[in-house]
Write a protein that binds this ligand. Structure first.
Ligand code: ATP
Ligand code: MG
Length: 467
């Protein structure tokens, strides 16, 4: 009743409805009979989105599918983002054509995925993901011991597809031909009320897929929505289910979260909900060390700023900053056990990446980049001889320099060093050479190394000042 009233106030009542808009009761009904309810059909005059606002690729994909007699809609995040005035990341299309049928409609397309196949259509520079409507999960759906759905490969009706989506604001279908939005779960009204509401029973939906807990936090932060209490409350007690999620999936979701442009807010929220444990096993430890917290928060604020200005942020940089204080801790420990500085740093890097890398499925390539960023840090402290030129030419210089600036900002390192590198990069020719510090003479060190060792004395470092 109340929701109907609100929807009328919001002028959604003027929508040409194919059936009654799903009321609060209707949504609950969906738990028992998923995919049985009908959609509210909201005209452009009410929602305000025109077909010009969707990408030309997704528009052409829908037109082509329509011309072959299929239904086709832009669905999910793109519609939701347009409704709140945000720029969609991508435009996905949902259709009643099977993957084979959809593929036949496009010259440049291919089927991907084994269990649940989707079609990628190449439209100029754009790749449009075309998904066939998914069917309701049967009682015989294959799950792991904790209830996480493993197989999900049934096609179904549009209404069933809507019921399978996670949040009401994600179950919106925009038809470019009519410019109408098909809204099965009152998503437009929820969006206007700034509420992120789960479709169906939140506990059941989290058990089916624990990643939805992370999605809830990310989407709420990104869109400025409040998670509906029914969906928020179970998160704390169900957080541990994230431990059973495959690492690669967790990595993807974590990356989305960190590059959402709202990472600081997301992290605060993850902490508030007790989710940081499951996601990055040591994140809570890092955040409890004042220096670690300062560094991570500064780094994420910096990333948010970059992303909001339309710049990119590399995953390696992000994870390098998140794990840095773990490395610092391990580095100190290994050094105090007698290892010399640089070998100790390399051991610490391996150790941290082994533990976190496994849980997060950090790829080899990313792990390689992360190590380079870390390994360059002590080299910034050498500002004599030819060494700074080598550092400047290092392929990972830019990222490592940004990392250095963050460390300085966090108070972990003398600002003067970061400033020196800023000036050194900007200087030219003679000016650059004149900045070099007097060489403290590796010869002197070598001489020291030749001294006979006393019993029990730690072996000198072969290159304490070099990588
Ligand atoms: P964004 O693209 O901004 O990260 P999104 O909501 O579009 O957010 P995608 O991963 O692109 O996220 O998913 C597209 C759509 O697929 C979602 O809007 C939602 O309808 C559905 N979806 C994605 N992940 C899930 C999930 N775990 N459970 C149910 N539905 C999902
Ligand atoms: Mg998306």
């Amino acid at each position: 009743m109340i929701r109907k009233f609100i929807s009328r106030v919001l002028k959604l009542g003027s929508a040409k409805t194919a059936a009654k808009p799903a009321s609060a009761k209707g949504v609950k009904g969906a738990k028992n009979a998923p995919g049985k309810q009908q959609a509210a059909i909201i005209p452009r005059s009410s929602h305000g989105i025109s077909r010009d606002q969707i990408s030309s690729g997704s528009r052409r994909v829908c037109e082509t599918l329509h011309s072959h007699g299929f239904k086709a809609y832009v669905v999910g995040g793109a519609v939701r983002d347009l409704l709140v005035g945000a720029k969609p990341k991508d435009f996905d299309v949902a259709t009643d054509a099977t993957p084979e049928e959809a593929k036949r409609c496009f010259r440049r397309s291919r089927i991907i995925g084994r269990r649940f196949q989707i079609v990628h259509a190449y439209m100029g520079q754009e790749i449009i993901e075309i998904t066939t409507f998914r069917g309701a999960l049967g009682n015989d759906a294959k799950t792991d011991a904790h209830g996480r759905v493993l197989h999900d490969n049934v096609f179904g009706s549009m209404a069933e597809d809507a019921a399978r989506r996670d949040f009401t604001v994600n179950a919106l279908y925009f038809d470019p031909a009519t410019e109408q939005i098909h809204d099965y779960h009152h998503g437009v009204a929820d969006l206007k009320q700034k509420t992120l509401r789960m479709i169906g029973e939140p506990k059941v939906r989290y058990r089916e897929d624990p990643v939805r807990m992370l999605r809830a936090i990310r989407l709420a932060a990104k869109l400025g929505l409040t998670i509906d209490p029914e969906a928020r409350h179970p998160i704390r007690e169900m957080a541990e289910l994230l431990e059973n999620v495959p690492a690669a999936r967790l990595f993807d979701e974590m990356l989305k979260l960190l590059t959402s442009g709202h990472a600081v807010k997301c992290l605060q929220q993850l902490r508030a909900e007790g989710l940081h444990h499951g996601v990055l096993p040591m994140l809570d430890v890092i955040l409890e060390q004042p220096m670690g917290e300062k560094f991570v928060m500064l780094s994420l604020a910096d990333t948010d700023e970059r992303i909001r200005r339309g710049k990119t942020s590399s995953p390696s940089f992000l994870f390098a900053t998140l794990l840095w204080h773990e490395v610092l801790g391990a580095w100190e420990r290994i050094k105090s056990s007698g290892e010399s500085s640089i070998p100790a740093l390399h051991q610490a890097m391996e150790e941290v990446l082994n533990v976190q890398g496994e849980k997060l499925a950090i790829t080899r390539r990313i792990a390689g980049d992360i190590k380079e960023i870390w390994a360059l840090q002590p080299r910034f402290e050498q500002r004599s001889g030819k060494r700074p030129f080598g550092v400047l030419e290092h392929p990972r210089f830019r990222a490592a320099y940004d990392f250095l600036c963050l460390r300085a900002k966090a108070g972990e390192l003398d600002e003067e060093i970061a400033q020196w590198w800023t000036d050194f990069q900007n200087a030219e020719g003679e000016g650059r050479s004149s900045m070099l510090m007097p060489d403290q003479g590796p010869k002197k060190k070598r001489r020291r190394r030749r001294k006979p060792r006393q019993d029990g004395e730690a072996a000198p470092s072969p290159s304490d000042d070099q990588e």
